[in-house]
Ligand binder design. Sequence first.
Ligand code: F6R
Length: 607
Amino acid sequence: MCGILGILGKAPVAPLLLDGLKRLEYRGYDSAGMASLVNGRIERRRAEGKLSNLARLLEKEPLPGTVGIGHTRWATHGRPTERNAHPHSSDRVSVVHNGIIENFRELKTELEAAGQVFETETDTEAVVHLIDHHLAQQMSPQEAVGAALQRLEGAFALAIVFAGRHDLMIGARRGSPLAVGFGDGEMYLGSDALGLAPLTDRICYLEEGDWAVLTEDGARIFDNQNAAVERPVTQTALSGALIGKGQYRHFMQKEIFEQPAVVGDTLQVFVNPQSRAVTLPDLPIDFAKVPRLTVAACGTAYYAGMVAKYWFEQIARLPVELDIASEFRYREAPLPDGGAALFISQSGETIDTLAALRYARSQDQTILSVVNQPESVIARESDAVLPTLAGPEIGVASTKAFTTQLTVLACLTIAAAKARGAIDAAREAELSAALTEVPARCAELLNHDEAIQAIAHDLAEARDVLYLGRGAMFPMALEGALKLKEISYIHAEGYAAGEMKHGPIALIDETVPVIVMAPSGPLFDKTVGNLSEVSARGGQVILITDPRGAERAGEHAAHVIEVPEVDPLVAPLLYAIPAQLLAYHTAVVKGTDVDQPRNLAKSVTVE
Ligand code: F6R
């Protein structure tokens, strides 16, 4: 939530900040702003709404200067107005912030009593006045920030510039991510490597509690005890080119179509195509001895975990306790001795998932994570990381991150099943072979894009949509409903098909499309029974199934979307794709902002 950027440079800073903020806009897009030093004075430009509004403002009112900070906001405290947009400034200091200052009310009361005048509804302004107050007492900028950091509670990444100090910028992080970039006689701060990609590929990720004093010669880094520390500088492989939309209209569409490639890339890490054996990195746990696996994540990543629960339990005979991370972190669940906990996150910075991880750590669990950002805090705090190779996911609705998470989790299931003696080498080879077929089957499915687009025209008329599935298709129904509601704003719910009769069937009439996800297999007839109950009550069924399923139940459905018939293990990977395309095309028909849906942001770094 919120992207921040700082440039201590030599060239005009406004165009560079704007370019970097475009790459960070996925983090928040309800207002944006920047500040620079002009003849030593702090000047700002801020605009409500998308970054394009700020760009237009800068055309009318250019912002000179070579040292500056920029921000793209996802509002937490204070409405998304120009006044509440960052940077927040006094005459002496200007600040951009990602996170929440939890004790801002207390600080505000104290600082107002000391004569500071507040102008906005934001928590961030307390940081400005706190530093300003110390500067007014003749502290140096470094002393002022050091003292202010001692007082702040909550989560933050900050980039700070000071009037009259073209040679200085300070960054700090606790909870929220922040990286320092090293240029040629220039220095940078950014929420992530993507924002810094056009500026530099030499990056140092600050550790929890670190703060960094940047001058044109480099960075001095201090830990939360104010002791000077060294942090490694790494070379990132990200380039500016990676984040283009290419031939596609939206990032989400591009990312859906990238799935055959990125699932294939991910499989290459985990499956040996010759021996058909799953090859995991050295894990600090022995699956044969683990009594239970705890899994926690948020949103789409949680649904990936829910699919994995079916897999781990059925295939590996490993009991799984699954929880939404925001619940798990406060639930104080007892965890077994010698247990392992698995956290799933595209960004690797979701605050609830991180807090859940830390709880599991406090209970002596071995921590595994499935993450897409290998440098993220969740990755760094894990005992072992199983990376997804989805590449940068820019569309706010998760697509390729989800299917690569499923890919890794399927591999982990096979490895656990093997270790626990639940499958033999022949079954391992069969399951691995099914997995290696997935990229080709995904590519086949993407050929149905036009047919799905036609169905989406009907769906776009609906006010409510239900998704049904059984077994591992139940979490897929939940994920399908989440995709539709978040980008098309149509109310959608996923249900376990067997639950329909226990209440939700009351919702069915001829205005409610019902999307049934049902591969042929042991649960098929039961799901078809539920499907018939829906169609008998006038519900418009859209059936997603394989050719055998279509033959047996197609007559009950208004539309059938055919998915290749595959081993049940890999079916969720394929069924994700029509659900994504249905949501995508429905949103396009409705004319919503597909890549940046209202009220959402890509990384949720606040509670
Ligand atoms: C939905 C979506 C979110 C994320 C959730 C977790 O399309 O993208 O539900 O899945 O916010 O994010 P990560 O995976 O970054 O922890």
